[in-house]
Design a protein around this ligand. Structure first.
Ligand SMILES: CC/C=C\C/C=C\C/C=C\C/C=C\CCCCC(=O)SCCNC(=O)CCNC(=O)[C@H](O)C(C)(C)COP(=O)(O)OP(=O)(O)OC[C@H]1O[C@@H](n2cnc3c(N)ncnc32)[C@H](O)[C@@H]1OP(=O)(O)O
Ligand SMILES: Cc1cc2nc3c(=O)[nH]c(=O)nc-3n(C[C@H](O)[C@H](O)[C@H](O)COP(=O)(O)OP(=O)(O)OC[C@H]3O[C@@H](n4cnc5c(N)ncnc54)[C@H](O)[C@@H]3O)c2cc1C
Length: 642
C-alpha cells in the first residue's frame, strides 16, 4: 500500500524542524560509514561484562569521531548521535549528560561552573547523580546520608550512618564515574536542613581507584540497562570543602550561617528536567517497538480473508490494527506534548535562574509528575502489545522488543515511582477543587480552569472539541469525587494523612484522567497548527484514532455508556482509514537499522532470511555438539540404555 504523504516532511514535523530532520539523516549516514561506531556483534549475545566493555569502547570511539560528525554544542544532534551509536542499554556517560551536567548548571554558582562545568563538558571528569538510597527512594525527607558542616576546617563531613543509607541505583556510578552530585542532608550545629546537592569526587583522577573513605561498586544485573553500571556508594566521614555545596540557591557562610533557597524544592531541578523530557524519550521507545511490529506485520502472512488463494498480511486484521494503531497515535501525541512540556521547563529554569521567580514550580511539578506516570505506563502497555503482535518472533531477542520494554518500564520507577507521582499531581488537583469550593476559581491556573465548569449533558461527540469537552467532564467529575471523599473523611475526624491514603486509588484515577486530557489537548492543538494540508489530514486520521480510543478506554467514567457504541464504530472506521499510512507514519521517525538493532524490524523486510542468519550466528551453533552434551546429556542417555 502506498502512503499519501512524504516521510521526510513528516520527519520535520516530528523533530520540530526540516533542518534537524535532515541533520539526523546525515548523522545516521555518517555513522553507517564508520565501523568502529557499530556494535561489534549483536548485543543480545553478550554477557554483562562484555556489554559494559562494548559500551565503553564505543563511547571512546564516539568521543574521537564526534567533532567530525556533529556540532558538539548542538544538544539535539548530540542526542541523536548517542541514540544511534550507544543505543539504549546504558553507558558510562548516561547520567553525565542527563543529570550531572544539568544538575551542576541548575544548582551550581558561576564560580562552580568555572571550576567543574568546562571539565565536565570536555569529559575530563565523568559524573552521575547519587540520590536514592538502599532504604529510601521516594520519600526524600527520610534520606539518611548526612553532610555535617565543620566550621573549624570549613568542610562538610559526608557520612553513611548505616547500610540503608548506602546510595543505591545511580546510573554510571558503580564503575565509570569519578565524580557525583550527591544528595545529602545538610546538618549545621545538629540542625537538619534537609537534602542538598554536593559535588563529590569519588575516585582518583589518575588511577580511577576509589578515594579513601569511599566505598563504591556495581549493584548487579537488572531487567535492562545492562550495558550500564548502576551503583552503590558509601561514605566514611568523608570530607569535602565548603565550596562543594552547590550553592546557586542555598548557601552556607564560612561561620555556618545558612542562607535558604527561594523555594524549598528548587534543588529538585535535575529531576524536574528529566521528567519534562520523558514524554519525548518514551515516545521514541514506543515508536521503536511499533516500527518493528508494523514492518513485520506488513510482511507476515497468516490465514485468509476474502481471497482464498493468498494468505493475508496480518496488518490487515482489525485486531492487529486495534493492537498497534492507538499506540502509533500515542507515540505522536507523546512527542507533541513532550515538546510543549520541555518548552515549559526551559521557561521555568530561565525564570528561576535569571529572575529568581519560582512561581511556576508547583504547576510544572504537578504536570510533569502526572505526565511521566501516564506516558511510561502507556508506553509499557504499547510495547508489550507490539511484542505480542509479532507472535513467536516477538518473543525472540531478534526482535529486540523485550530490551526496549525493559528500558521503557524502568521509567515507571526512576525519576519518581508512578503511583507516588500521580499522588503528587492529585495534591494539586485537590487544592484546585478546594479553591473552587471556597469561591476562589479566579486563582486557578489555566490547565485546571475546566474543573470549575458546570456539568452539561453528555452527547455523542462529532467534532474534536466535543471529545475534549467529554474528557474534561469525566476528569472534572473524578477530581471532585476524589476530593469530596477525602474531605468527608477529614471532616469526620480522620487525620489528613489517613484520609489521603483511604482516597488514594480515586485520587490516582483523577490524576490519570487530567493527564490524558492534557495529552489529548496538546495533540489536537499541534495537529491543528500544521500548515501542510496533506500532512495535517494524515495526522487528523491519527487524532481520530486517539480520541476515540482514549474515550472508549475511559468509558467507565461516562454517565451515559450508550454513547460508547457510536464511539466504537468511529474507532473501527478510523483504524481502517489509517491502514494505508500506518507504516509510513512510523518510517517517518527515520530510525536506521543500526539504531533499531532489530533483526525482525529491518528496513529490507527480508524477515525470514535475516532470522535464519541470526540463529546461525548464535554462539551455541559454533559446534554441532556442545561440551555440555558430551559431559552430561550423552552419559545420561547412555546410562538409560543399560
Ligand atoms: C534530555 C534527556 C533527559 C531525559 C531523557 C529521557 C529519558 C531518560 C533516558 C534514560 C534514563 C536514564 C537515566 C534515568 C535517570 C533516573 C534518575 C533518577 O531516578 S534520580 C532519583 C529520582 N528520585 C525521585 O524522583 C524521587 C521521587 N520523590 C520526590 O521527588 C519527592 O520526594 C516527592 C515525592 C515529590 C515529595 O517531595 P518532598 O518529600 O520533598 O516534598 P513534600 O512531601 O514535603 O511536599 C511538600 C510540597 O512540595 C511540593 N513539591 C515536591 N516536589 C516539588 C517540586 N519539584 N517542585 C515544586 N513543588 C514540589 C509537594 O507537591 C508539596 O506541595 P503541597 O502539596 O504542600 O503544596
Ligand atoms: C533504571 C533505574 C535507574 C535509576 N537511576 C537512578 C539514578 O541515576 N540516581 C538515583 O539517585 N536514583 C536512581 N534510580 C532510583 C529511582 O529513582 C528510585 O528507585 C525511585 O525513585 C523509586 O524509589 P524506591 O525504589 O524507593 O521505591 P519505593 O518508594 O520503595 O516504592 C515501592 C512501592 O511503594 C509505593 N509507595 C512508596 N511511597 C508511597 C506513598 N507515599 N504513597 C503510596 N505508595 C507509595 C510505590 O508506589 C511502590 O509501589 C534508578 C532506578 C532505576 C530502576
Amino acid at each position: 500500500m502506498t502512503a499519501t504523504f512524504d516521510t521526510d516532511r513528516m520527519a520535520a514535523v516530528i523533530y520540530g524542524s526540516e533542518k534537524l530532520a535532515s541533520r539526523r539523516r546525515e548523522i545516521s549516514a555518517a555513522v553507517s560509514r564508520i565501523p568502529e561506531l557499530h556494535d561489534s556483534r549483536p548485543l543480545p549475545f553478550m554477557d554483562r561484562l562484555e556489554k559494559v566493555t562494548e559500551m565503553t569502547r564505543k563511547l571512546a570511539a564516539l568521543n574521537k569521531h564526534l567533532p567530525d560528525i556533529i556540532d558538539p554544542n548542538d544538544y539535539e544532534e548530540g542526542l541523536h548521535l548517542y541514540h544511534e551509536v550507544m543505543g539504549m542499554e546504558g553507558h558510562p556517560l548516561a547520567l553525565h549528560e542527563v543529570m550531572f551536567i544539568p544538575g551542576l548548571i541548575g544548582q551550581g554558582s558561576d564560580e562552580q561552573y568555572e571550576k567543574w562545568l568546562g571539565r565536565a563538558r570536555r569529559r575530563e571528569i565523568i559524573g552521575c547523580y547519587a540520590q536514592t538510597e538502599l532504604g529510601h527512594g521516594s520519600n526524600l525527607r527520610s534520606l539518611e546520608t548526612t553532610a555535617s558542616y565543620d566550621p573549624s576546617t570549613r568542610e562538610f563531613i559526608i557520612h553513611t550512618p548505616q547500610i540503608t543509607a548506602l546510595k543505591w541505583w545511580p546510573g554510571a556510578l558503580g564503575k565509570s564515574s569519578n565524580y557525583a552530585i550527591v544528595v545529602a542532608n545538610l546538618i549545621i550545629r545538629d540542625r537538619n536542613l534537609g537534602p542538598h546537592p554536593f559535588m563529590v569526587q569519588l575516585r582518583d583522577e589518575e588511577t580511577h581507584r576509589p578515594l579513601q573513605g569511599i566505598t563504591v561498586g556495581d549493584i548487579g544485573p537488572k531487567m535492562a540497562f545492562n550495558g550500564g553500571d548502576n551503583g552503590f556508594l558509601g561514605f566514611d566521614n568523608y570530607r569535602i570543602p565548603l565550596g562543594n555545596l552547590l550553592n546557586r540557591h542555598a548557601r552556607v557562610e564560612e561561620d555556618g550561617i545558612y542562607v535558604k533557597p527561594p523555594h524549598a524544592k528548587v534543588g529538585h531541578s535535575a529531576m524536574i528536567r528529566v521528567r519534562s523530557h520523558m514524554a519525548t524519550g518514551q515516545a521514541w521507545l514506543l515508536a521503536h517497538s511499533l516500527i518493528i511490529a508494523v514492518r513485520y506485520s506488513a510482511v507476515r502472512r497468516q490465514g485468509f480473508l476474502e481471497d482464498k488463494t493468498r494468505e493475508v498480511k496480518i496488518l490487515d486484521y482489525q485486531t492487529q490494527q486495534y493492537r498497534l494503531f492507538p499506540s502509533i497515535a500515542r507515540a505522536y501525541a507523546f512527542i507533541f506534548c513532550g515538546f510543549e512540556t520541555i518548552r515549559l521547563y526551559d521557561q521555568l529554569i530561565l525564570d528561576v535562574n535569571k529572575h529568581g521567580n519560582t512561581s511556576g514550580m508547583a504547576d510544572l511539578h504537578a504536570l510533569t509528575s502526572g505526565l511521566k506516570s501516564v506516558v511510561t505506563y502507556q508506553t509499557g502497555e504499547g510495547i508489550e502489545q507490539a511484542r505480542m503482535a509479532c507472535g513467536g518472533h516477538g518473543y525472540s531477542m531478534a526482535s529486540y522488543i523485550s530490551e526496549i520494554y525493559g528500558v521503557a518500564i524502568g521509567g515507571c520507577t526512576y525519576e519518581g515511582e508512578n503511583m507516588v507521582m500521580l499522588l503528587q499531581l492529585a495534591r494539586y488537583l485537590v487544592k484546585s477543587v478546594e479553591l473552587i469550593k471556597n469561591g476562589k476559581s479566579k486563582e486557578l491556573g489555566p490547565m485546571v480552569a475546566y474543573l470549575a465548569e458546570p456539568d452539561t449533558q453528555e452527547k455523542t461527540p462529532l467534532e474534536l472539541k466535543d471529545y475534549v469537552k467529554l474528557f474534561q467532564m469525566m476528569s472534572k467529575r473524578q477530581s471532585w469525587k476524589a476530593t469530596e471523599r477525602y474531605l468527608k473523611l477529614v471532616e469526620g475526624g480522620v487525620s489528613r494523612d489517613v484520609a489521603w491514603n483511604k482516597t488514594a486509588v480515586e485520587l490516582t484515577r483523577a490524576s490519570r484522567l487530567h493527564t490524558r486530557l492534557y495529552i489529548m489537548e496538546t495533540f489536537i492543538r499541534r495537529v491543528s497548527s500544521i500548515e501542510d494540508m496533506n500532512l495535517r489530514m494524515v495526522l487528523r486520521d491519527l487524532v481520530n484514532v486517539h480520541v476515540n480510543y482514549e474515550l472508549l478506554d475511559c468509558g467507565i467514567y461516562l454517565h451515559d455508556v450508550s454513547l460508547l457504541d457510536s464511539i466504537k464504530n468511529q474507532l473501527y472506521s478510523s483504524l481502517h482509514s489509517l491502514r494505508p499510512n500506518a507504516l509510513s507514519l512510523l518510517d517517518s521517525f527515520q530510525f536506521s537499522d543500526i539504531q533499531l538493532r532489530s533483526v525482525l524490524g529491518r528496513r529490507d523486510g527480508h524477515v525470514y532470511e535475516n532470522l535464519f542468519e541470526w540463529a546461525k550466528s548464535s554462539p551455541l551453533n559454533v559446534s554441532d555438539v556442545l561440551p555440555s552434551v558430551d559431559r552430561y546429556l550423552r552419559p545420561m542417555m547412555e546410562k538409560a540404555k543399560l
